[in-house]
Design a protein around this ligand. Sequence first.
Ligand code: MUC
Ligand code: MG
Length: 382
Amino acid sequence: MIKIDAIDTQIIDLPTIRGHVLSMATMTEQSVVLVEVLFSDGSTGIGEGTAIGGLSYGAESPESIQSAIETYIAPAIIGMDGDAVNAARLRAQKAVVGNPIARCAVENALWDGLGKRLGLPISTLMGGAVHTGLEVAWTLASGDSDKDIAEALEMLERRRHRQFKLKVGKRAVRDDLAHVGKIKAALGDKAVITVDVNQAWDMHSARWGLKGLQDIGVAMVEQPIPAVQRSGLSMLSKSYEIAVMADEALRGPEDALNHARCHAADAFAVKIAQSGGLSPASEVIAIGKAAGLGLYAGTMLESGVGTAAALQLFSTVETLQWGTELFGPLLFKDDILTTPLRYADFQVHLPEGPGCGVTLDQDKIKFYRRGAPRQTPVKVSV
Ligand code: MUC
Ligand code: MG
């Protein structure tokens, strides 16, 4: 039997290409928790966990992800059968309540190790990809309407993105609507516009907000009100034609079922990290699909490792009505993979190769590792 021998973690801090302005935080860097599982036959598997804006987005931070893995998940699964991904993830779930991002990072590394030992991509282990490329949206969040318009036009010109998600909720509703309206007017029918409020509106603001967004021609609005207000979300999705998407509210299959049951949303932003791994995310997908809801592959702004893991799963899903936002690696000034993921023709492409299909560039990891002296200039690809 190939055993799980050890689990190593490290945090790397990657600068973003510009300030990423969300309703609850402005990101100038992303802290990535890299996980490496070492197996008794000498093979390894990698995974990644990220939070957004420290502890301002959810209940996990990079530091808590690292600590949950090192202190609780590793001792619970070391010595177990390395090929038994389900047994190990279920043991981790028993040892650790909540903390889905930490559990996801370890589960991804177990899948990666298994795929690499078998010489097969994770998507093949899941029955096989039905897509080699997926439509990929970009988030416009510079905090400035004109800069966002210039950024969108450039992306359209380069054929990199034609769906744009606008981050709102920091300003007054009236100002947000003016911002969104200006961008929509500049882009016209050349692009699909969606909006993410990241829970910032109360019900009253959301009513005005959704009405205004609908009149502007925005296609979909993501998590307009707090995640705990499921009946409020249900009311909003029934009151307007604009599609309402649940994001922060979906922390696994139980939340998905509770939302589907009362049609709290028209669509699910499915995130492998928020769901607790590829396997529970596939359950969220199944629930959404069975309920007739639209599906969207969401991101926690992971770098290439987590994004590749997500791609392995979402490439096996027949229809993602809202596409994906698996653009994480493009938000950073540098890429930490030996071969970056390929973005072309408005799609992100499934990497070939076993496991999650990607390899870390160890020089970059050393450079961006938290606490590392940064004297060596590295090539920064923008
Ligand atoms: C979120 O709430 O969706 C995803 C894309 C982005 O820009 O922020 C994240 C978080
Ligand atoms: Mg969101």
